[in-house]
Structures are given as structure tokens and as C-alpha cells.
Design a protein around this ligand. Structure first.
Ligand SMILES: *Cc1c(COP(=O)(O)O)cnc(C)c1O
Ligand SMILES: [Zn+2]
Length: 413
């Protein structure tokens, strides 16, 4: 396989997170020496805030820091990112915190943060000349892959657990004729994808064989939060954890911004959010151990339902290094979290966001979050995809006849 010059921008090679072995850029994800995960390494040029600010209002403003070619904007893609960072004063008050910001990624093209990672994976698939753009997914990833593939004109095949919420199924099937429902949970679907990737030529599975490139897309959340805060790092940040990739990449982004001199170095604390029905990382954090014991997920937060999280151990490292924590909440608390964010800030989040808000509340009440410091909460997805989670909780307060007398009798004002 021959790569064109600059196919991966300023990326230089892949490097093993465990043993440091270097591997040339390509469709590889496991270290040939120790099977550890590979990640992208770079030789960054000097870059200024002004250069970034002059870029487009999407993730490509940070293209110099991503494994994508300099002409990335010429290739059709969904142009995700640069979502709003909202000052959430009502939520802050409800939580007893002095300052809260919500990074609202529900407004991405397919309504979750997955559009960011998929845009980077699409670029890699294109540069590697893949014939099929594919993924195993807990839902949102399949939506993002199917849409990005449609726009790019590349064949897509997306695999999901067959028990997935119907809106997430439709949100994929609308973009692709090849939505494949697999009998089993996400971890079964992921195993199947690994087998197909090993057997079939030319399949780019975004979160399997091009995972190192895919994962870099999550860094843009960290870059944007810092830029939108006026080029500074937040004090505390709460991030949902499925595979753990997003959380580790937000930390990587903060570290890169410090090294590049784009923000001042300062302490920040990173908190992970899980559902009690799928809590392998939270369990390990609380037990004070380094190993993650896989679980069988059973939670309404299906987008977080990864029982054997690939980056779980790195989440533990980061939570411990930054004086953060990994906490979990029940399905009822998740539902309450969804309603709380909606009623305080007018944002309808999915179950993953309900998890993040509920964990923020739990950490605030326990005094783990410092109320005098500012806190960023990442909302990673949209509530319209998980309507069932709250359809029993909210609804008409009253059903009345179309008369003023009926309105008066219902005692509404
Ligand atoms: C995938 C997903 C996550 C978690 O992503 P990881 O990087 O696998 O930890 C969080 N929220 C939503 C809505 C997702 O779809
Ligand atoms: Zn290695």
C-alpha cells in the first residue's frame, strides 16, 4: 500500500501506549510486540491561537493537530464540531456549584459526539483506500458512520446489538442499506467486527482497525472547551465513559495544548461517569485496583454499555493522576439527570448525558467536586434518540376540554 504525501498531516507514526514500540502509519491497532493499543504520534509545527481561530467553525480548525491531510476540507464530510459551550447557571444553582458549563455535542450532524471521531476515521479510510466503511456500535457510532459514508460516497456496513433502541436503528438505516443487527451485546458485536476486519480486505472498521485515527477525533472536544473558555483549561470536567476513549483523548488534548503553549499549564481534575448497570471502570476505581473486570451490561444508557472497555485502564490512570474520580449512577438517577438538564437549561440529552449530569450531581452532593471551582459537563448525545427512557416520566399534566371553564377547573395557573 502506498500513501500519498501528507496523507496523515503532521502525524509521524503509531506508537504503543504500553511499550513505546513504533509502527508506520497504517490500518493497525495492536502493538506487534505486546498487543498494547497503538496511538498516533506527531511532530507538531509551531501553531498560534490566531491561526486556529482563523479556521472554519468545525473540527478542521484543529486539522494541524489531527491525523488528517492539509486539504481535508476539500473532501466531503459531515463537518462536525465547534458545538456550543453554554454557561449553565440554572444547573449550577440546582447542583450547588458556583459555575457550570455544558459542552453540548448533541448538535453535531447526527446528534452525538461520534461525528467527530468518524470524520477522522473517514479521512484515514479514504487515505488507506478502503472499500467499505464499517463499525460495531452501541448506536450513535452507527448513525455517524452511516451518514458520513453516505456523504462521502463510500459503502457503509454498520453492526449493532439487535436490542438497540428503535430510534437509533432508524437513524442508521435512513443513511445505509446495510444496517446489520446482531444477536448479542456490544462486546459480541465488537468481537465479530474484529474477525471480519482480520478476514476481509479493504474494510475500515472505524473503531477497530483504524481506531488510532478515529480516537484522535475526540481530542477536538478538549481543544474546543479550552478555546471557548478563552484559551484556558477548565478546573473540573465530567465525561461519560463507554470504551473510555473520549475521556483519555480530552486529557491528551489538554496536555498537547500545554506543550504547544496555547494554554497555560494548571491543575485540572477529570471525572468519569458510568451507569451502575455497566460500571467496570467505576468499580475498579473504587476498589483501588488497576485491572478492569468485564461486566455484562444491563442499563438504559445503551450508548455507554461496553462491558469490556478498551481504554478503561487509562481512564483509571487519568482519574487518579488528576485527582478526579469515576462514579456511577442508577437508571432512575439517569432518568432524573435527563429531566434535570432539560428543566434547568433547555437541553434534551440522551441517557449518556443523563448519566453525566447525574454523576455530576452525585459528586457535587458528596463534596467530591469543589463547589468553588468551575465544572464542565459534556453532553454527548440527543434525547430524541432515547425517548423511551423518559416517556413514562414526563407527559401531559392534564388533558382538558377546549373551554376556558375546563382550563380554570384544572387549576393550571
Ligand atoms: C460512544 C458514546 C460515549 C462514550 O464514548 P467512549 O469514547 O467509547 O468512552 C458517550 N456518549 C455517547 C452519547 C456515545 O455515543
Ligand atoms: Zn507494545
Amino acid at each position: 500500500m502506498s500513501l500519498r504525501e501528507g496523507a496523515f498531516g503532521n502525524a509521524t507514526n503509531l506508537v504503543c501506549r504500553e511499550c513505546g514500540t513504533e509502527v508506520p502509519l497504517g490500518p493497525d491497532y495492536a502493538c506487534p510486540e505486546c498487543f498494547g493499543p497503538l496511538e498516533v504520534a506527531y511532530a507538531f509545527p509551531a501553531i498560534t491561537r490566531e491561526e486556529i481561530e482563523a479556521g472554519p467553525a468545525n473540527i478542521w480548525r484543529y486539522k494541524a493537530l489531527l491525523p488528517v491531510p492539509d486539504d481535508i476540507e476539500q473532501s466531503p464530510n459531515t463537518e462536525p464540531g465547534y458545538t456550543r459551550l453554554l454557561e449553565a447557571n440554572n444547573l449550577a444553582k440546582a447542583l450547588g456549584l458556583s459555575k457550570v458549563w455544558v459542552k453540548d455535542d448533541s448538535t453535531n450532524p447526527t446528534n452525538s459526539f461520534k461525528d467527530r471521531v468518524v470524520a477522522c476515521a473517514l479521512s484515514a479510510a479514504r487515505e488507506l483506500d478502503a472499500k467499505v466503511f464499517a463499525c460495531p456500535s452501541t448506536g450513535n457510532l452507527a448513525n455517524a458512520v452511516a451518514a458520513a459514508g453516505a456523504r462521502a460516497g463510500i459503502r457503509t456496513v454498520v453492526f449493532i446489538p439487535s436490542n438497540l433502541e428503535q430510534p437509533k436503528q432508524v437513524n442508521s438505516a435512513i443513511f445505509t442499506d446495510s444496517l446489520i443487527a446482531v444477536d448479542g451485546n456490544y462486546d459480541d458485536v465488537n468481537k465479530l467486527a474484529q474477525e471480519i476486519a482480520a478476514e476481509e480486505e479493504g474494510w475500515a472498521f472505524v473503531n477497530v482497525n483504524v481506531r488510532p485515527f478515529y480516537a484522535e477525533g475526540s481530542k477536538t472536544l478538549g481543544y474546543e472547551i479550552a478555546e471557548q473558555l478563552g484559551w484556558r483549561l477548565p478546573d473540573q470536567i465530567v465525561i461519560p465513559v463507554a470504551s473510555g476513549s473520549q475521556l483519555t483523548k480530552v486529557d491528551k488534548a489538554f496536555q498537547e495544548l500545554i506543550k504547544l503553549g496555547l494554554v497555560e499549564e494548571k491543575p485540572y481534575r477529570i471525572f468519569g461517569a458510568q451507569a451502575t448497570g455497566c460500571n467496570p471502570v467505576s468499580t475498579a476505581f473504587k476498589a483501588g485496583v488497576d485491572a478492569i473486570r468485564p461486566v455484562k451490561p444491563d442499563t438504559i444508557a445503551k450508548s455507554l454499555a461496553i462491558g469490556n472497555p478498551a481504554d478503561g485502564i487509562y481512564v483509571l490512570d487519568i482519574a487518579r493522576r488528576t485527582a478526579g474520580a469515576v462514579e456511577e449512577v442508577t437508571d432512575d438517577e439517569i432518568r432524573d439527570g435527563i429531566v434535570l438538564l432539560a428543566r434547568t437549561e433547555g437541553i434534551f440529552t440522551e441517557t449518556a448525558g443523563g448519566t453525566t449530569v447525574a454523576v455530576t450531581k452525585k459528586l457535587a452532593e458528596a463534596g467530591v467536586l469543589d463547589p468553588s471551582l468551575e465544572t464542565v459537563v459534556i453532553n454527548t448525545g440527543h434525547g430524541l434518540k432515547t425517548l423511551d427512557a423518559v416517556s413514562d416520566k414526563v407527559g401531559p399534566r392534564a388533558t382538558i376540554k377546549a373551554s376556558y371553564a375546563a382550563f380554570e377547573a384544572a387549576n393550571i395557573s
